[in-house]
Design a protein around this ligand. Structure first.
Ligand code: SF4
Length: 250
């Protein structure tokens, strides 16, 4: 689907020239370019923590929200609390619909995601994708912590793209940063990070679907490790065709 208005296309084109700027400059430029609601969804991974630090420290008018799936690690809740304490800000949580969770668990079992791809996608839909829709309601832009050099099919990620499915501008301010650069930034600024990162968990999602990496494994190998590499997304960052959303302005 093409961009629906010339205004959105102009905003997206203007943002493409910011590829050499700092993440703070990129977020400020986004704020300046988009008059409406901007939402940043954090899952409290190290990239998200770096962006939360910038948004809160720079007092940018960007809503910081999270999707509490109900299956997160205790240490994720810990870093969530530490972050709210450090910056004296609340992070709004969106929760799954409880009737949908009950029906899914009754049908597939509490850990049905291990037994079939359909059950895994259903769980991710109920616990993440549907709440994400509510979190982004009315937003004109969506900020994420995606990086292009994460494994899986994230190499296709751009700084700014148009999300056809959700009809908004999608921004990845750290798209061209390495993990080491993000880690250095967090150390330099004393940003709270999940203690699991130091234990080999580089990409942290729900507890039953995340394991530590073995030496030499790519960064996202610990997510849904029982599935094939091309299936390692939860549906938050894929379009209706199953591909990562990455279209640039025409
Ligand atoms: Fe369910 Fe696992 Fe997806 Fe979390 S990552 S929503 S537990 S399937």
């Amino acid at each position: 689907m093409p961009l629906d208005t010339g205004q959105d296309q102009d905003r997206l084109a203007a943002l493409q020239i910011l590829e050499g700027a700092s993440p703070a400059e990129r977020l400020q430029a986004l704020r300046d370019a988009v008059p409406g609601r901007i939402v940043f969804t954090t899952s409290f991974g190290i990239e998200d923590q770096a962006l939360t630090h910038i948004i809160f420290s720079e007092k940018l008018k960007i809503d910081v929200v999270t999707l509490d799936t109900g299956r997160l690690f205790p240490s994720t809740y810990q870093v969530w609390a530490e972050t709210e304490d450090k910056y004296a800000r609340r992070i709004r949580a969106f929760y799954p619909n409880q009737d949908d969770v009950a029906a899914m668990v009754a049908d597939a079992g509490i850990n049905g995601f291990y037994h079939s791809k359909e059950a895994r996608l259903s769980c991710c839909h109920v616990r993440k994708v549907e709440p994400l829709g509510r979190a982004l309601a009315g937003a004109e832009a969506w900020v994420t912590g995606l990086r292009a050099d994460q494994s899986g099919n994230r190499a296709a990620i751009d700084f700014a793209s148009w999300d056809d499915e959700r009809q908004l501008i999608k921004i990845a301010p750290l798209f061209d940063w390495t993990r080491e650069r993000v880690a250095d930034f967090c150390t330099e600024h004393a940003v709270p990070i999940n203690e699991l990162h130091a234990k080999g968990f580089l990409s942290i999602g729900c507890a039953p679907c995340t394991r530590a990496l073995q030496p030499g494994e790519p960064e996202r190998a610990g997510r849904w490790w029982w599935e094939t590499e091309d299936a390692k997304e939860c549906g938050l960052h894929v379009g209706a065709d199953g591909k990562l959303v990455r279209r640039k302005a025409a």
